[in-house]
Design a protein around this ligand. Structure first.
Ligand code: ZN
Length: 222
């Protein structure tokens, strides 16, 4: 179904496709825009490997369940197993960083939240995690990555990893207390303010510092 494979520094990485562990509300400005409280601990959820698709080509979105929002996020590719790990072990296990879309069926999510039901249908559907290739960066640069999303030429999201409420290394350590991270897993680190609905035919430009620059178009899921 998906032609996705992990790429690191331009070459295929010998890593299987795994789960995607996501953190919600890791940027205060985004928590506020959705009228959510700023959490005292990371809010975690998981997308299965069937959500992974490449950003190297059009992104298909479902149209049957209301609005589908973009959320641009810095993505971390895991290269070594992490279980109840230290921050130092987490640092050693990072295989690369990239940019991903945490696609969210916002109307469906609102309905599920209102009924106090899990979000999976709104966030873990097939193709819900379009992801770029990854690049390696020194650990001391993890919290100084600027990333942007433009929709039809308009700047909609302009975030910097310096603003994460829980930075990458403590986040990986926290996640690994609950879910063992395995080689090939991806962690999405949260979205800054500016999320919004996608429309068919949209052109998106995504960038991560001066390392990743890509564009894609939005198409309807057949
Ligand atoms: Zn998100």
């Amino acid at each position: 179904m998906s032609d996705y494979m992990h790429i690191v520094d331009g070459a295929p990485a010998l890593l299987p496709l795994g789960k995607i562990v996501c953190v919600g509300r890791n940027y205060a400005d985004h928590a506020k825009e959705l009228n959510n409280p700023i959490p005292t601990e990371p809010v975690l959820f998981i997308k299965p490997s069937t959500a992974l698709v490449t950003l190297d080509g059009p992104v298909v979105i479902p149209t049957a369940w209301g609005s589908c929002h973009f959320e641009a996020e810095m993505a971390i590719l895991i290269g070594q197993p992490l279980s109840s790990c230290s921050e130092r072990q987490a640092a050693d296990a990072i295989a690369g960083i990239g940019i991903a879309l945490d696609l969210t069926l916002r109307d469906l999510q609102a309905e599920l939240k209102q009924k106090s039901l899990p979000w999976e249908k709104a966030k873990a559907f097939d193709g819900a995690c379009p992801t770029s290739a990854f690049v390696t960066v020194p650990v001391d640069q993890l919290q100084s990555q600027q990333f942007q999303l433009r929709q039809n030429g308009q700047l909609k999201q302009d975030g910097n990893s310096v603003d994460m409420l829980t930075p990458v290394l403590p986040l990986l350590a926290y996640i690994s207390q609950f879910f063992t991270l395995q080689p090939g897993d991806i962690v999405l680190t949260g979205t800054p303010a500016g999320v919004g609905p996608l429309a068919l035919g949209d052109e998106l430009q995504l960038s991560l510092s001066n390392k990743i620059n890509l564009s894609t178009t939005i198409k309807e899921k057949p």
